[in-house]
Design a protein around this ligand. Structure first.
Ligand SMILES: NC(=O)c1ccc[n+]([C@@H]2O[C@H](COP(=O)([O-])OP(=O)(O)OC[C@H]3O[C@@H](n4cnc5c(N)ncnc54)[C@H](OP(=O)(O)O)[C@@H]3O)[C@@H](O)[C@H]2O)c1
Length: 264
């Protein structure tokens, strides 16, 4: 399938590693021009080197911005005038009980997970309307609906993104701009790898055994019963970002390995 992404300008928040990095790689393979983002020059440089080593012709650059800081948007506004595709990907979590989650943790997660997406969308959406084409994709999570008890704050931010996404989609009526959200399930990014390694040492098990147990005991509702690869999330994002997905707007699309129960 030709995704028609050649020369599309893409910004992906939080994309020096994990799902964001996989999306950057995917867009570059499709001939898009990608701006990645992370908090340090080193991580951005390493990510760009890695992307270019696979694809020397890749049109990729990076912007340092830490979304814990509300002023990061001003820096982005100075660096980027326009994009065709905005991926609100950056997301942080902490696994703590509701009572142990401090106000500062709630505020930090809201700044990074929600307010980064609010500010970036506010900046880029009017420009998309002006050129009458654009795509905004919010990376939510299965947690928005599963709401694990140790991830209530994180899950709340991910649910907020679904309202934000749907609300913005409703403002696109009659235009060629679409706004959608993806809900990935447990995905094998660096965080998950570290979790598996730590648990394997603690429980004197192999990483495969820990992973198997995670799906048997913790993410029992998963139909996939394994971690998704970042590319499996990225492939869905690429399609939704492409001109081919014009009939999908205002949707919350599960890429959760079937972990969210129900028919919709
Ligand atoms: N992995 C999963 O199982 C999973 C499941 C469902 C949903 N999701 C969602 O998918 C998205 C990506 O997840 P992931 O697991 O790929 O994430 P990740 O591996 O933890 O992401 C790391 C990336 O985020 C950047 N980052 C972290 N804090 C930042 C900040 N304050 N400002 C700017 N960049 C920041 C890092 O940049 P530097 O290190 O360069 O600073 C790095 O590029 C998130 O929204 C997450 O909630 C993930």
């Amino acid at each position: 399938m030709e995704l028609q992404l050649t020369n599309k300008r893409v910004f992906i928040s939080g994309s020096t590693s994990g799902i964001g990095f996989a999306m950057a790689q995917g867009f570059l393979e499709e001939g898009a021009k990608v701006i990645i983002n992370g908090r340090s020059e080193n991580t951005i440089r390493e990510a760009i080197d890695k992307l270019k080593s696979k694809n020397p012709e890749a049109d990729v650059s990076g912007i340092i911005a830490d979304f814990r800081d509300h002023k990061s948007i001003e820096f982005i506004q100075k660096q980027i005038d326009q994009v065709d595709i905005l991926i609100n990907n950056v997301g942080i979590f902490s696994s703590t009980s509701f009572q142990e989650t401090s106000d500062q943790e709630w505020e930090k997660m809201f700044q990074v997970n929600v307010m980064s997406a609010v500010r970036l969308s506010k900046y880029f959406l009017p420009k998309m309307f002006k050129q009458n084409w654009g795509r905004i994709i919010f990376i939510s999570s299965e947690c928005a609906q599963l709401v694990p008890e140790d991830l209530i704050a994180y899950s709340t931010t991910k649910a907020a993104l679904l309202s934000l996404s749907r609300g913005l989609a409703q403002t696109t009526k009659g235009s060629q701009v679409t706004v959608n959200a993806l809900l990935p399930g447990s995905t094998l990014t660096a965080g998950a790898v570290t979790f598996l390694k730590d648990q394997a040492i603690q429980q004197d098990q192999s990483e495969d055994e820990v992973a198997e147990e995670f799906f048997k005991k913790t993410r029992r509702s998963s139909l996939l019963q394994r971690f998704a690869q970042p590319k499996e999330i990225s492939d869905m994002a690429l399609f939704i970002a492409s001109p081919l997905s014009a009939a999908t707007n205002g949707a919350a699309i599960k890429v959760d390995g079937g972990s969210i129960p129900g028919i919709l």
